[in-house]
Structures are given as C-alpha cells and as structure tokens.
Write a protein that binds this ligand. Structure first.
Ligand SMILES: C[S@@+](CC[C@H](N)C(=O)[O-])C[C@H]1O[C@@H](n2cnc3c(N)ncnc32)[C@H](O)[C@@H]1O
Length: 206
C-alpha cells in the first residue's frame, strides 16, 4: 500500500512538470474573493506548486505556504521571486500531521486538495490559528479526476460532512458549503469535468 508521506510527495514533485499547479484553483479564488474584500495574512496547508499562495501574494496578501515537500516549496520561492512578491511569501517545510503549525494568528487559513493522515485534527489545529473574524477555507475533491494520483481511495464527503467532522463549535459560522463543477486540465494536458467541494467557515469576531 502506498504511504502518502514526505518521500512520496518529494518524488511526486520531482517527476511533475514544475509549471503545473502554478495557477490558482478556481474554486479557491472564487471563495476567498467572496469572503474578503481586502488583503491580510494567510496560512496555506499543502501549498504544492503555490498557485493559490502566489495568487494571494500578487493581491497584497502575506502568505505562509506550508508543505512537506521541499521540492515544491523551492519552486514556490522561485516563482515568488519571478513575480516580485518574495517579501510576501514565506515557505515552510513541515509535516502538518506530526509537527506543530505556525502560531498565527492569520486572517485566512486554507488548503486546496490537502489530504494528509489525521487531516481533521490538522484542520482543527489550523482553525486555532485563525484570527476572530477570519476564515477557514477547505477546497476538496468532490469527484476523482482521471489523472488523480490516488484514483481509487478518495471518499467524497459532502461539504456538510467535511465541516461537521471538524466539530469547531459555536464560535464558527458556516458561510459557504457547496459543490462546484469545472472543466479541469491534468498534468498531461488532458481535459475533464470535475467537482470541487467547498467549505468556508468564519470565526465569530470576539
Ligand atoms: C494534492 S496536493 C495539492 C497541492 C496544491 N494545494 C494544489 O492545489 O495543487 C497535496 C499537497 O499536500 C502536501 N502534503 C501532504 N501531506 C502533508 C503533510 N503531512 N504536511 C504538509 N503537507 C502535506 C503535499 O506535499 C502536496 O503538496
């Protein structure tokens, strides 16, 4: 059985076209744009090639891009330099399943397609770093893309199930619980319709 550990992800990125995943995810962009009118501070879990982190930084956000794969983080740093936003993008190599998360507080904590062992617990810990009035945004796969690295074993919980599993309690309001379809492009240029699951929770202002 494949272990989705740091070594797996390093290998994944070493063999992946470095330009893939450098554009932001549509559902993530749409969701963050609905939730925030201005820029702030953000923590991204499982930043990968940094499409989302770089998009935020280009809009004035200060972003901490966390990932377990150094290869991916090095590529984010290179892209940040190319776009002139190095001062707003901090990369941090960390195994979110076994190591502490950055302290925060952040206006936004988010991840697109972030899957790791003990994920609910990671998201709960990450929620603890969200500033009152800030948001936690989770964008998951709501269907399997034909080019998925893990095509058989993804379950696709509903947005309500994803939010419910976190059990964050009365200090949080669900702002968006939705599924959204889009035409996606795979690493080999393949095109297919996929569904995203969107969960946006707002921490009540103190
Ligand atoms: C499916 S990729 C998504 C990457 C990116 N967010 C995107 O949308 O293209 C999942 C990411 O989570 C990272 N990851 C997996 N397990 C992790 C862990 N335990 N701690 C930190 N990052 C992890 C992987 O290295 C990978 O970059």
């Amino acid at each position: 059985m494949t272990r989705y550990d740091a070594e797996f992800w390093e290998q994944h990125y070493r063999t992946l076209d470095p330009t893939w995943g450098t554009s932001p995810n549509e559902a993530t962009v749409e969701t963050i744009t609905k939730l925030f009118t201005g820029a702030g501070t953000a923590l991204e879990l499982g930043a990968g090639h940094g499409g989302d982190a770089l998009w935020l930084a280009r809009r004035g956000w200060t972003v901490t891009a966390l990932d377990v794969a150094q290869t991916a983080l090095d590529r984010i740093a290179a892209q940040a330099a190319e776009h002139g936003v190095s001062d707003r993008v901090r990369t941090i190599r960390r195994d979110a399943a076994t190591q502490p998360l950055p302290d925060g507080p952040f206006d936004l904590v988010f991840g697109s397609f972030f899957y790791a062992p003990g994920r609910d617990d990671i998201w709960r810990r990450a929620a603890g770093t969200v500033e009152p009035g800030g948001a936690l945004v989770i964008v998951d796969h709501g269907s399997n893309a034909p080019w998925s690295w893990n095509p058989t074993s993804h379950a696709h919980p509903t947005p309500e199930q994803v939010a419910g599993a976190l059990a964050l309690g009365p200090a949080w309001d669900a702002e968006i619980l939705d599924n959204r379809s889009r035409l996606a492009t795979g690493p080999g240029g393949q095109r297919a319709e996929v569904t995203d699951t969107i969960v946006a929770l707002r921490r009540k202002a103190a």
